[in-house]
Design a protein around this ligand. Sequence first.
Ligand code: HEC
Length: 105
Amino acid sequence: MRKTGSAVILAVLLAGVALGATAVRATPVVYNPPPETAKLKPGPGVEVATDNCSVCHSADYVLTQPPKRGKAFWQTEVTKMIKLYGASITKEDASKIADYLAATY
Ligand code: HEC
């Protein structure tokens, strides 16, 4: 009884090693996303906005928001990117970006 138990454990362990070896040999997945075409409109502050806001996602996220929401909306949006999603943006840049977005969208 005891011996059978050990044999089963050994078989499970060997199966695990075999599976691990297979995973190591798996070919990496290659993604080919289409080229980025969305662009923020020109205006004072567009460079700082582009530099900071295109790190994680397309400018489409900005372009598809309802228009004329004002500075408070954009300030909240920028703060959300920093606090919730971990965007690394200085206070000074965050304020410039909110001004740019409020004036442009
Ligand atoms: C650290 C990564 C990161 C950076 C940098 C970033 N975002 Fe986002 N953003 C996200 C994530 C994650 C979402 C949510 C995506 C989802 O829900 O599918 C998002 C969503 C959005 C949305 C959609 C509405 C919403 O609130 O979910 C807007 C608008 C947006 N971001 C604007 C900006 C702006 C403006 C900047 C520059 C100040 C910026 N993002 C920088 C990660 C980031």
